[in-house]
Unconditional design. Structure first.
Lengths: 289, 791, 209
């Protein structure tokens, strides 16, 4: 049931968008400026704010997923065995560090080293958060979720959504730093996403009867969403390839990439939303044939 | 002025772990009851009360234990008597009884009397007072009686809610006091089997008490499905025990029913309507391999072969002649039967050998196969197989046929209805004929008691009856008949819900639930017990008991004292309870004592089960049967004398049905449709109960072999149709049905859309009003349809 | 610590759902919630002979499943609030409604579909073994409801001694996952169910969402 899953779709996607944005911001923007001891352009200050805002939106979504949100604090009770407790804990750590870093940008921008530590901590907790998130699902007796694909899927979403957002901001603001790397990362992630599809399908076909039912759901009940998603992936890969080929140290030329990148953003987001819908849709528990 | 809203249930809050409060608060609000209101007579106002499960035409009579709190039934448990011995097993209620609160506290319950506004059948009503309702009814009753006479009055077959004191009995009593009403005979359940069994045995008491099943070594459940319907509380349990005792059980049925799954060792799918072909082929094998009891045949039967044809019929075709094909040149071999029944010839031969050689053996016939075109034939055929194998009058055997219990069948009505001054009686299935052309009916249509009716039916008082529209054949036809106000001039429906029949009422009277009045019930077809049904809660809204409604009308008609004998519902229950003392259970405790003890049930343990025909089997000369010959009539001279050998042969024969996969009709409608009982319903009763809809949604069950060529996928909406009507339902794929047959469980409430397509899924939009030749019974299972996918 | 469990006799279960509805009545469960569910497992094929006879190859049986009060319950592990816990006295898997936040992760974690979400209360609910009945010496409602006397309950080790060790038939999940406290009297056709590709034939009747 998709309606029941909307809060989870929102939560996971915004979390991953937030973490992806922050990781790539760290690698592509913050770290180079720190190394070069160059000045951080002021419009880049907005990016951590965005990442933090995405995380907050994610939290809001997650609240809608609870039957009794007022008691949300209780969810930290079972760190010893519940991946959900662990995930929520990691979410709080991530919020703490990314929030602190965001605060530093504005009030303590001179303390570069401390900021880097904060950002690195936020990045690491973000990566762990994504891993825990994938563990929640792979620990369920639901064969379609019980594989490494889970983590790869979430990681790809993280990099793809974060990456395209950064690229868009950079193209839009005419900044040139790291665009090439971003475009390459995006291209590789999208290519991998597409390449994984047949492998994942054959995994579903091989694993168990429940996973075969997942496969059936994917290809029969959700055919349209499945193929639309594939279309979006191919379209965005095409648009990103245009970007890879055309990105040069030429501001004007880059500006002409704005529309392709806007298109790429649009299709990547659609791709990831559709992908997440499919992720929840194919939940078929073991034993229910 | 609007049709009644079908309001959704107000959601109840689930109670979590060990909560004390048991009462769903919604019900109190909805039913306008205030706490503490329910102090009923001498029963505790709060706590567990043992009460008979409200009686419907389910075939079970069970004991409930209900928790009453604040005037509401807050929980239902079942019989918890500590001993659960087979001599007197607990009367555990089925899924329907356990879901009863959702029926009792259903928002659609009729709340007050209403009269029709708009055209008949449109379903528009307005609220009126009881005073107005009763005087209107009295006025119409008097008018029509004066104009047409009492033969114009009719209280149709109806089993929606009836115990010994509830249902149509009080209404019949009242009309009998007022000069009577047109009678009916037969039922929709077992018209053919009740008529045909005595043609063989001279009686309908052909069964043994169920404890005797444990003595059987081989049980052939032929179209018999006690796991999905109820054929006596605990019948399925007795079968389980018989099997544990070593009986081999084989189930023959077009569907792999839950009886085949849970109770049998083997399932044999058979094409509906071809039972007599299989029976004949079994007889063929048993005759050829000498697996018949020739001695028993010689001493106890007539008509088996040429050596024992009755006087004057020596030249007629004997049973052996038919089976061996000596006259028609068609030996009824298993190969012959395979093409007809769809059963491999080896299987037929194997079952014949088992039935012929494992002793003692039971051939138990279900009633579905006799609600068919020539439903008399398999009944007689089954009885003959039991006879020629000598399984009659012995422990562990079974004579087949209708199989009432020996020694005083419980299936009787003891509410005194008084004598009906009207002599005329029609077969119950032909009531619609009596509406449109009553005065033209004759013995040819089964009219009895008179040569001719003086009038058509003009006044119908349907008490707890949904058999006018929903359960009668060919709904679209019946609806047209009832819509015509010049035919039936006044139609009263007295029920608990606005049923499809209720929508055609001129006057709607709200009857209360059985928990809301006094009653009692004894075992249905089996079971030596009497169950008390004390009033445990007050009638909701303005509803009244069937008895109270009739008493109030009696007052209006000036016969109150004669009708009531100054007894109320409790008074009648007491009188009837105590009457068992003299006629069936000498040791039954006094009524007041039973009420006080809250024991709910009186039962007589069965340690030595009675069997039918015990004396006859031992000495047929000293204890002859009540047949004209005193013997088992394999050949019936009486049937021969009817002179319709094609349709009513004197020996049981396979006759191709009037709608059949072997006739030309198969080109347009290639699928047979059958309407089995559904686990969530008793006929059309309980159809509106959400817990049961959830458990057993109304579907068309179809074999993928039939679905796939039609482009149908599992779960698709499909339309089943023939020339009489259309119904639309989602389909469910199942392997548990013979290819070529679809199942549309009977009893769903008719709900026509704008194009007259029934989206409620009542199979009776497809069934035919054509009756069976001998019993004038309903042949509702004999229909051909096709199915197509729709949006 | 003792461990209680259920015995279900699938060999004679008729799928009548009296247990399911008795449970709903006792616990006031709205439409959509079934603490006990009855699964029809069915599948197979048909073959027609030249002379018209049909040979069915079909496996069918019913399984009445509530909560199996597992020895190693996945739901308890998954629950982030420890609302789900294993009762120390009789090994019941119970839920503390005060602690449950309604995150529904246990619903995924349980391979038997035992956890049921109550929309109105925003929390999960489940079979509590009618422990209030047990305390006053009565049987669980499902047990005393069964017209075929096909459900039993008690100390798991005693049930196993009486009825055997089967706790899984096709297509139920591997019992190693959660160690269900369940004993099944298998239907003879469960042996051929896998070959006949039997599946849950009444899925729409047992799904709770």
């Amino acid at each position: 049931m998709i309606s029941k899953d909307i809060p989870l779709i929102g939560f996971t996607l915004f979390c991953q968008l937030s973490v992806g944005t922050l990781i790539l911001y760290n690698l592509i923007i913050f770290l180079p400026t720190f190394r070069n001891k160059s000045h951080l352009p002021s419009h880049f200050k907005a990016i951590p704010v965005l990442a933090f805002a995405f995380a907050i939106i994610a939290v809001l979504f997650s609240v809608f997923h609870l039957g009794r949100p007022v008691k949300a604090v209780l969810t930290l009770e079972n760190m010893s065995s519940s991946w959900l407790s662990r995930e929520i804990f990691m979410m709080m750590i991530y919020l703490f560090f990314s929030g602190l870093f965001t605060l530093f940008i504005f009030v303590m921008s001179g303390w570069k080293r401390l900021m880097l530590v904060m950002l690195n901590l936020a990045t690491i907790s973000g990566i762990i958060l994504i891993f825990f998130m994938s563990r929640i699902y792979s620990s369920m007796p639901i064969p379609a979720w019980q594989s490494l694909f889970n983590f790869l899927n979430f990681a790809a979403t993280t990099l793809a959504t974060g990456g395209i957002l950064l690229l868009l901001i950079q193209i839009q603001s005419g900044s040139l730093s790291g665009q090439q790397s971003l475009a390459w990362i995006l291209g590789i992630v999208l290519l991998l996403e597409i390449l994984f599809i047949p492998i994942f399908l054959s995994y579903l076909d091989q694993n168990s009867h429940a996973s075969q039912l997942s496969l059936k759901l994917l290809l029969e009940d959700y055919t349209l969403i499945f193929y639309f998603r594939l279309g979006f992936q191919l379209l965005s890969l095409g648009l990103i390839s245009i970007a890879i080929v055309n990105i040069r140290s030429d501001t004007d030329r880059c500006k002409r990439l704005l529309w392709p990148v806007i298109g790429g953003t649009f299709f990547i987001f659609l791709n990831e939303i559709f992908g997440r819908i499919l992720f929840y849709a194919i939940e078929v528990p073991l034993g229910s044939l | 002025m609007k049709p009644l809203d079908r309001r959704k249930f107000i959601k109840t809050s689930g109670l979590i772990g060990g909560s004390v409060s048991l009462v769903p608060g919604f019900a109190a609000d909805l039913f306008g009851l205030t706490p503490g209101q329910a102090v009923i007579g001498d029963l505790p106002s709060e706590g567990w009360i043992r009460v008979g499960c409200p009686a419907h035409n389910c075939g079970g009579r069970c004991l409930l234990k209900v928790w009453v709190k604040d005037g509401l039934i807050a929980r239902i448990e079942t019989d918890d008597r500590p001993t659960d011995d087979l001599s007197d097993p607990q009367l555990r209620a089925c899924v329907r009884g356990r879901a009863y609160r959702r029926r009792q506290y259903h928002p659609d319950r009729l709340r007050f009397p209403m009269k029709r506004v708009g055209k008949r059948g449109e379903g528009y009503f307005e609220r009126i007072s009881w005073t107005e309702a009763l005087s209107l009814m009295a006025k119409k009753l008097t008018e029509i009686r004066n104009k047409y006479g009492n033969e114009a009055l009719y209280i149709p077959y109806g089993t929606g809610s009836y115990s010994q004191t509830n249902g149509r009995w009080p209404a019949v009593r009242l009309l009998n006091i007022l000069g009577g009403s047109l009678k009916y005979y037969n039922s929709y359940s077992w018209a053919c089997i009740s008529k045909a069994t005595p043609t063989v045995f001279g009686t309908g008491i052909t069964g043994n008490q169920r404890q005797d099943w444990l003595n059987s070594k081989f049980i052939l459940m032929w179209g018999w499905n006690p796991a999905e319907m109820r054929d006596g509380t605990n019948t399925e349990y007795f079968l389980k025990k018989a099997r544990e005792r070593g009986a081999r059980i084989v189930c023959i049925d077009p569907r792999k029913t839950m009886s085949a799954v849970a109770l049998a060792d083997e399932w044999i799918p058979i094409r509906p309507g071809t039972e007599t072909a299989m029976m004949s082929a079994m007889a063929y094998v048993m005759i050829q391999e000498n697996l018949i009891d020739r001695e028993f045949i010689k001493t106890h039967c007539i008509g088996f072969d040429n050596s024992q044809m009755p006087d004057g019929y020596e030249e007629d075709e004997s049973y052996s002649d038919y089976i061996l094909g000596t006259i028609d040149n068609i030996p009824k071999t298993p190969e012959w039967a395979e093409a007809i029944t769809g059963i491999p010839s080896e299987t037929i031969a194997r079952i014949a050998r088992q039935y012929g050689s494992i002793k003692p053996a039971m051939l138990y016939q279900g009633y579905g196969m006799q609600r068919r075109a020539y439903g008399e034939q398999p009944v007689r055929g089954g009885c003959v197989l039991a006879a020629i194998t000598g399984n009659i009058g012995i422990h562990g055997g079974w004579a087949s046929g209708i199989a009432h219990q020996p020694g005083g069948t419980p299936f009787w009505n003891i509410f005194p209805m008084k004598k009906n001054p009207v002599k005329a009686a029609i077969p119950t299935f032909l009531w619609s004929e009596a509406v449109i052309r009553g005065t033209e009916l004759s013995a040819k249509e089964g009219l009895s008691g008179v040569d001719q009716l003086s009038t058509n039916i003009k006044f119908i008082w349907a008490v707890a009856s949904n058999a006018l529209i929903n359960q009668h054949s060919n709904i679209n036809r019946t609806a047209k008949i009832l819509e015509d106000e010049s035919k039936v001039e006044f139609l009263v429906v007295q029920d608990q819900f606005l049923t499809p029949t209720g929508k055609f009422a001129d006057l709607l009277l709200p009857a209360c639930m059985q928990f809301e009045t006094w009653g009692l019930e004894d075992g249905w077809k089996y079971g030596d017990e009497v169950i008390l049904m004390p009033q445990v809660v007050k009638p909701a809204f303005e509803s009244r008991s069937d008895y109270r409604i009739c008493a109030d009308l009696a007052r209006e008609m000036g016969v109150y004292e004669e009708f009531t004998e100054e007894l109320d519902e409790r008074g009648w229950t007491k009188k009837l309870w105590n009457s068992y003392k003299s006629n069936r259970f000498p040791d039954i405790p006094d009524f007041e004592q039973v009420v006080k003890s809250n024991q709910g049930v009186y039962s007589l343990p069965v340690h030595e089960p009675k069997i039918s025909f015990e004396n006859f089997a031992k000495d047929p000369v000293k204890y002859p049967l009540k047949t004209p010959s005193g013997k088992i009539e394999i050949f019936s001279p009486a049937l021969k004398e009817l002179g319709q050998a094609d349709e009513i042969p004197p020996i049981p024969k396979y006759i191709q049905e009037w709608e059949s996969p072997f006739g030309p009709e198969k080109d347009r409608f290639p699928l047979q449709a059958i309407g089995p009982h559904y686990m969530g319903r008793v006929h059309s009763t309980f159809d509106n109960v959400d817990w049961l809809q959830e458990a057993f949604p109304q579907r068309i069950f179809i074999n993928p072999i039939d679905a796939e060529p039609r482009g149908i996928k599992e779960g698709d909406n499909v339309v089943a149709f023939n020339d009489r009507g259309k119904l639309k339902l989602p389909c469910r794929f199942t392997q548990r049905i013979l290819p070529g047959v679809v199942s549309i469980p009977q009893g769903a409430w008719w709900e026509p859309d704008k194009k007259q397509v029934d989206i409620g899924g009542s199979i009776n939009v497809l069934t035919s009003e054509k009756w069976t030749p001998l019993a004038f019974g309903n042949a509702q299972h004999t229909i051909m349809v096709d199915i197509k996918r729709v949006r | 610590m003792s461990q209680y469990g259920f015995y279900i006799d699938s060999s004679c279960c008729s799928g009548c759902k009296t247990c399911q509805v008795a449970c709903k009545d006792k616990n006031d469960l709205d439409q959509g919630m079934m603490w006990r569910r009855v699964y029809e497992v069915s599948g197979g094929s048909w073959e027609q002979r030249p002379n018209g006879g049909w040979n069915p190859q079909i496996s069918t049986y019913n399984l009445s499943i509530a909560c199996n009060h597992c020895e190693d319950p996945a739901c308890v592990d998954a629950c982030p609030t420890k609302a789900l816990y294993k009762d120390s006295e009789k090994g019941f898997v119970l839920i503390d409604p005060e602690k449950c936040v309604g995150c529904r992760y246990c619903e995924w974690a349980c391979p038997y579909g035992a956890l049921q979400y109550n929309e109105d209360l925003g929390i999960m609910t489940k079979c509590d073994f009618c422990k209030d009945y047990l305390e006053v010496g009565n049987e669980p409602s499902c047990v005393s409801s069964c017209p075929l006397r096909a459900i039993d309950y008690g100390e798991l080790s005693e049930l196993q001694e009486k009825y055997g060790l089967v706790s899984q038939v096709h297509p139920m999940p591997d019992p190693k996952l959660t160690k269900p406290s369940l004993v099944i009297g298998p239907h003879r056709e469960s042996e051929t169910a896998k070959i006949n590709k039997a599946r849950i034939a009444n899925l729409e009747e047992v799904k709770n969402d």
